[in-house]
Design a protein. Structure first.
Length: 387
């Protein structure tokens, strides 16, 4: 691989199936300036940017205050995420301006169904994660250290400009875990806003309240992967905790940032009726009935290849249970063509948005309302930065 990549090559590389940068699925957009030949430099040099949200303690040690793990890190060591390092008592992020993946995706792929449907998201990720889910679909970047992966040298301002140049109305921080590249995400979101580009975080929600509130002031949407509704699942399958995620969900609602939730339903592990009924009740009581919930079909992956794919009937049963608890928008994911991909007005039942995979057609939505009964449909339907 050469030491730089043109923007034209970046878009064209969509067909490079299986390459380390995982470009498959990128798409060119109308209005993209194909003649632009600005270079996208590749690098193996780690960042030396000082991290945010940590405390210095004795003997050159630091305590990370970004995620609930609160890693205590000695000099020359790294936190659990593998991308934040103590260098002589100063905690530094090694992935600031160092994305390893660049895509242009449909926003529906995140998945976000009530956020600017039919638009594109300029999607970036770095190496690293603050959990280790046994079923991770992106383990080849989330569970690797940055020096093991080829990276781009793209500081925040340049990343934001590239999103604007490709006519992407939104940047999505996604694929691995955006919390661990917090500083890069924060500064990119600020730079993007100045260019009229929104920012959405696709996250596990494993973050402390103070950094989360600081970040939310610059985001236009959040999707949280809600792993399960038991501490046992979080501990055994994700190396994390449930309670901090519940609090993060509440904070997102308190800050009035658009929120959607995805639950990957894994047979025998988090697919019981009582657990999902309790989850739905908690969501309705703490977040409200209008938060979209996506129940997604599991496929064997990473360390969890001994469990078969989720039966569609299981997803249908749990969808019925969650709707029965009063949630207005419960979707079935990873089952292209299923009727539960569509958005129906929660008041009259009229079809509002028809979906097939990542394609959306607005059939009954007018000015954010059901065209038939005029009931407002919750979501972000117009440019949130112009509201």
């Amino acid at each position: 691989m050469s030491d730089s990549l043109t923007r034209r090559q970046f878009i064209a590389s969509a067909g490079c199936a299986g390459c380390a940068l995982a470009w498959s699925g990128a798409m060119a957009l109308p209005g993209y300036a194909a003649a632009t030949e600005e270079r996208l430099p590749l690098t193996k040099e780690l960042s030396t940017q000082e991290a945010l949200h940590y405390e210095k303690i004795e003997d050159l040690k630091v305590v990370c205050k970004l995620c609930p793990k609160e890693c205590q890190v000695a000099d020359a060591e790294r936190g659990y995420c593998g991308v934040r390092e103590n260098q002589k008592g100063t905690y530094r992020t090694l992935v600031y301006g160092r994305p390893c993946t660049l895509h242009i995706d449909p926003i529906e792929k995140k998945p976000l169904f009530h956020y600017r449907p039919g638009t594109a998201a300029f999607s970036i990720a770095t190496a690293g994660c603050n959990m280790e889910c046994s079923f991770c679909q992106n383990w080849d970047i989330s569970q690797f250290r940055p020096e093991q992966i080829q990276m781009f040298d793209l500081p925040p301002a340049r990343t934001a400009q590239l999103a604007a140049d490709t006519k992407s109305p939104t940047i999505a921080y996604t694929y691995s875990e955006p919390v661990i590249f917090y500083e890069y995400m924060l500064d990119t979101a600020q730079a993007a806003r100045k260019l009229g580009v929104g920012s959405v975080m696709i996250s596990n929600g494993y973050i402390q309240e103070k950094p989360l509130r600081q970040l939310l002031k610059h985001l236009t949407g959040v999707k949280i992967d809600f792993k399960a509704f038991t501490e046992t699942f979080y501990k055994d399958s994700c190396k994390g905790e449930l309670q901090p995620v519940l609090r993060a969900l509440e904070v997102i609602r308190e800050e009035n940032v658009w929120l959607e939730i995805v639950v990957l339903i894994i047979p025998t592990l988090n697919d019981s009726d009582p657990e999902n009924q309790a989850m739905a009740k908690w969501i309705r009581e703490h977040l409200g009935p209008d938060v979209p919930v996506h129940l997604t079909r599991f496929s064997p992956n990473y360390k969890l290849k001994n469990i078969p794919a989720t039966p569609v009937k299981t997803l249908e049963r749990l969808t019925k249970i969650m709707r029965g608890e009063g949630l207005h928008y419960v979707y079935i994911g990873n089952v292209p063509g299923h009727p539960a991909e569509n958005t129906l007005c929660h008041h009259c039942g009229e079809l509002v948005i028809r979906r097939l995979g990542f394609r959306s057609t607005l059939e009954g939505l007018e000015n954010g309302c059901c065209a038939k009964c005029k009931t407002p449909i919750p979501g972000v339907w117009e440019d949130p930065l112009k509201a």
